[in-house]
Write a protein that binds this ligand. Structure first.
Ligand code: SF4
Ligand code: SF4
Length: 97
């Protein structure tokens, strides 16, 4: 499953830097979670880090993104691969001609 930030969010800013997948971003009015990037912290931590730090407990499970552990691990591995590709592309720009 992915998590979702509800409209009880008070924009306190503490969750965004805690996300290991850079899934949290500022939306039009409140912070939001990209469900394609949220693994519920699977692959990184035992517990969802955003939930741990949120002072108003406004980050429940997304009702439309029900995923089992195997799917979350697949998502984690896909994100890792994408990060590696980005890093190798960035490194390529630094190579001399
Ligand atoms: S559960 Fe983990 S991966 Fe998902 S948004 Fe929260 S901190 Fe990010
Ligand atoms: S920690 Fe909770 S209240 Fe603070 S920005 Fe994140 S979702 Fe909103």
């Amino acid at each position: 499953m992915a998590l979702i930030i509800t409209d009880e969010c008070i924009n306190c800013d503490v969750c965004e830097p805690e996300c290991p997948n850079q899934a949290i971003y500022m939306g039009a009015e409140i912070y939001q979670i990209d469900p394609h990037k949220c693994t519920e912290c699977v692959g990184h931590f035992e517990e969802p880090q955003c939930v741990q730090v949120c002072p108003v407990a406004c980050i429940p499970v997304h009702p439309l993104w029900v995923e089992d552990q195997a799917t979350l691990w697949q998502k984690y591995r896909r994100l890792q691969l994408e990060t590696k590709k980005l890093q190798s592309t960035d490194a390529g720009h630094l190579l001399p001609d």
